[in-house]
Design a binder for this molecule. Structure first.
Ligand code: HEC
Ligand code: HEC
Length: 421
């Protein structure tokens, strides 16, 4: 059965009751555990085998979302005309480990025509395009495409050439132009395509619409694209989204069903979404997927990319004069679990941090979570909407907002420290 119902606000209370009593979807139950306990049980729950499954799901599982990308958006028609050079230019990445030696040799020798769309089809047939799964018929037709989590949350190390290399799971694909890709769909009206094209690289708006298995349902307009976050280093964080709507599995379900278009069920009356599709190809995979995400470590900053003496001064500023640690507290640099009740996220009004309230207003909480600072050097721009192009812009934002009166030297020290997190 497939349906979407707009929720009455009185259902919010019902949802909370369900979550508290542990009845309801898998993520509601998970919400009852403290995220710390969640990790301690990680080893028992699956160990290496769970991780392998989770990795395969993260990289290759479309959850049947071909129903959206092929059935509704007809992306297979568009993708069949895209040459590899264009695909790389919109930020798609190629997994070098999926390429047979003959192709690698041909690429090295410059014998592969990167302006030939047939090459794109061959890369899809080899399952070498990160986050996109294509099926090519024996007659050589691209008959379907779907997407996986890796599309937005993986990159490659460019070890072969720019855009082609070994997978880096969990790294935000800061080059990926989701809007430009979706706008290739022959099924969308021009007005919507223009809106999607305006997002630019490294951004997506998960609050614009939801797919209920049949139709794209409008949620909020105009769109407010947010940055594709990196999802490494999330162990011990809790309430992992920008607005702390729920734990990882809640969000995986939100995206896997309503955004990717997977065949499964998700409902949350707080945001007016209720989607039921059986069989559910998403929910049973959430525990393995969770475990895999928690196993992704924050990459260390590149050697020689910072000045150690300045980092020490910056670290003191962070804790003392600049008072960053009053919110970015503890080993994860966030206070999201510092509230009186571990089952409820501790959040901030947008006005407290001086960022745009529009996105938060469209979410379940209306507030922002203190971002757990990690791998910052990897994923500029910063803040949920990418409003700070670099770390100095972040520091300048707070300097103005809190009247810190930091000197140029202190700002530079703080930036050096942030580069190491
Ligand atoms: C089309 C791009 C896209 C795809 C595909 C996608 N995500 Fe995301 N993801 C986002 C965006 C944008 C956000 C930020 C939204 C927010 O936090 O409000 C996000 C947030 C997250 C977060 C929270 C990170 C943090 O610290 O803020 C996790 C974890 C996550 N995604 C995991 C997944 C998993 C697992 C999948 C596959 C089921 C997936 N995502 C598929 C775009 C995507
Ligand atoms: C009042 C609590 C609070 C204080 C104080 C605070 N922050 Fe934040 N910080 C937040 C919140 C909330 C966000 C998320 C805001 C958003 O995305 O709109 C954030 C986001 C950030 C980000 C963006 C991270 C990313 O991955 O995009 C950085 C970097 C950052 N803060 C650094 C600092 C520094 C440096 C200081 C001290 C000068 C500081 N913060 C002080 C609450 C705070």
């Amino acid at each position: 059965m497939r349906r979407l119902i707009a929720a009455a606000s009185t259902m919010f209370a019902l949802a909370l009751t369900l979550a508290i009593s542990g009845i309801g979807p898998i993520w509601a139950t998970e919400q009852n555990h403290s995220p710390i306990a969640e990790q301690e049980s990680t080893n028992e729950r699956g160990g290496a085998a769970g991780r392998l499954d989770g990795q395969a799901i993260f990289r290759y599982d479309t959850f049947g979302d071909e129903q959206l990308w092929t059935g509704v958006l007809r992306m297979h028609e568009a993708v069949a005309t895209v040459d590899p050079a264009t695909a790389l230019a919109v930020g798609l990445k190629v997994d070098v480990d999926a390429l047979p030696p003959a192709i690698i040799a041909a690429l090295r020798a410059g014998d592969v025509d990167l302006t030939d769309p047939a090459v794109t089809k061959e890369l899809l047939r080899l399952n070498a395009v990160v986050g996109i799964k294509g099926t090519v018929s024996t007659a050589g037709q691209l008959v379907s495409v779907g997407i996986t989590c890796a599309l937005c949350h993986s990159s490659v190390d460019d070890s072969f050439t720019k855009g082609i290399g070994k997978r880096l799971d969990g790294w935000a694909n800061v080059d990926l132009n989701v809007g430009a890709i979706v706008a290739l769909s022959p099924a969308l009206p021009e007005s919507l395509k223009a809106e999607f094209r305006s997002w630019g690289p490294g951004k997506y708006d998960p609050r614009h619409h939801a797919f209920d298995g049949v139709n794209l349902i409008p949620l909020n307009s105009p769109s407010v694209p947010v940055v594709l976050p990196s999802i490494f280093g999330l162990k011990g964080v809790g309430f992992e989204t920008f607005t702390g709507d729920g734990p990882i599995s809640y969000w995986n379900s939100y995206v896997g069903v309503g955004q990717m278009g997977g065949h499964g069920s998700f409902s949350d009356p707080r945001v007016g979404i209720a989607i039921t599709q059986t069989p559910d190809l998403v929910t049973p995979k959430l525990p393995a997927l969770l475990e895999y995400q928690l196993s992704l470590r924050t990459p260390p900053p590149p050697a020689g990319s910072f000045d150690p003496a300045a980092v020490r001064r910056g670290s003191r500023l962070f804790r003392n004069e600049a008072a960053c640690a009053s919110c970015h507290s503890g080993p994860r640099y966030t206070d999201v679990l510092d509230g009186p009740n571990g089952g409820v996220p501790f959040l901030h009004e947008p006005s407290e941090v001086g960022t745009d309230p529009t996105y938060a207003a469209r979410t379940a909480t209306g507030k922002y979570r203190t971002t757990p600072l990690r791998g910052l050097w990897q994923h500029a721009p910063y803040f949920h909407d990418g409003s700070a192009p670099d770390l100095l812009a972040v520091v300048n934002h707070y300097d103005r907002l809190f009247g810190l009166h930091l000197t140029a030297g202190q700002k530079a020290d703080l930036v050096e420290f942030l580069k190491t997190l």
